[in-house]
Design a protein. Sequence first.
Lengths: 210, 234
Amino acid sequence: MLETIRKNGVTLAVFAAITTAATAVVNTVTKPTVEHQTLLQQKNLLDQVVPTGMYDNNIQQDCYVVTDDALGNGAPHHLFVARKGGQPVAAALETTAPDGYSGAIQMLVGADFQGKVLGVRVIEHHETPGLGDKIELRISDWINSFNGKVVQGPSDKAFAVKKDGGEFDQFTGATITPRAVVNATKRTALLMKTLPERLSSLPVCGDANE
Amino acid sequence: MSEAKSLLVGGLWKNNSALVQLLGLCPLLAVTATATNALGLGLATTLVLTLTNSFISASRRWVPSEIRIPIYVMIIASVVSCVQMLINAYAYGLYQSLGIFIPLIVTNCIVVGRAEAVASKSSIPLAALDGFAIGMGATCAMVILGSLREIIGSGTLFNGADQLLGPWAKSLRIEVVHFDSPMLLAMLPPGAFIGLGMMLAGKYLIDQKMKQRAALRAQAAERAAPQNAVGKAV
């Protein structure tokens, strides 16, 4: 009886060691490639919201952490600053639309510091397939209707969906999703106007408090 | 040969994991909103099944039967993690569309089911073949269900196939019908259940037809046999 337990225990331990070792080896081998892929992906996304011709710095390295209620929740969001000759000209800021139809919508908003939106991409959402998911670029180019739009101020009526008196289309059968995205973009672009002065006081990415 | 053939036929039709055993329905119903996703998860499942079956068959000599299940679970978890990391590193587009579904394969009970039923008793090639056949059977069922739901739901077929297979696959996209507003029921989980039910009924019908035809043929053969005998006697 004890002999069986001992034998089975050892067998189990040996198999655990082998399978863990195999997983660890594959993890070590693929790690650099995975990190490289993630960075490429991030750069690709940044290029879609901030045109590369606008800046000459390494935008991925120029990263700060912004925590502000205007970004949908109290969670820290990343800010990537585009500079030309050292001067900040635009930025890409992660943001959250907390009021999507099925939970929060994670987005990346590119804008300059005068309230002009350069590009918006939805990073993650759980909206209804076929209705709310038109905010994704691969399904509809609706998200491109933000390009070049300017937020005049907090009371700018035009920066809203048509149902709310603004100029952005809603989708047939789905108003909540586009409304959430438009409003989050507006809040983010407005917050962005205040950022150049605060830039030096913002924590840099990779800090412990991130 | 005959054993290999019966494994193939069993995996693809007679013992189809999705349509007969009704195992692994959670990923099946979750990802089949489009044909592309269904194909992706099907191929990933096939790969995992073939690998786990081979490893389990290779190690069967050292696995005591009392603790085989925890060992299978460790092997399966390890293989799935490795497959996930490899796809993440070398097929990033595929990883983006399948990302959250690959860990789901661990929970797919068909994997441990085949390990227990076949891999623990068969030679490595047979076990691998069984994993492949069962995986392809599940893939076929998923792609059919995915195609049906995609055509009914949004009127397209293989939308987004380029994310799975590379840029050339953009031309695979077919617009079957044009809908102004999509048929939501087909896209949402209830549509998956209804679609699967239809497929089960269809498979049952085909099996019935085949059984009837086989019975008719047997009857005809029976009727022919005595006449021959009489003819010879005369």
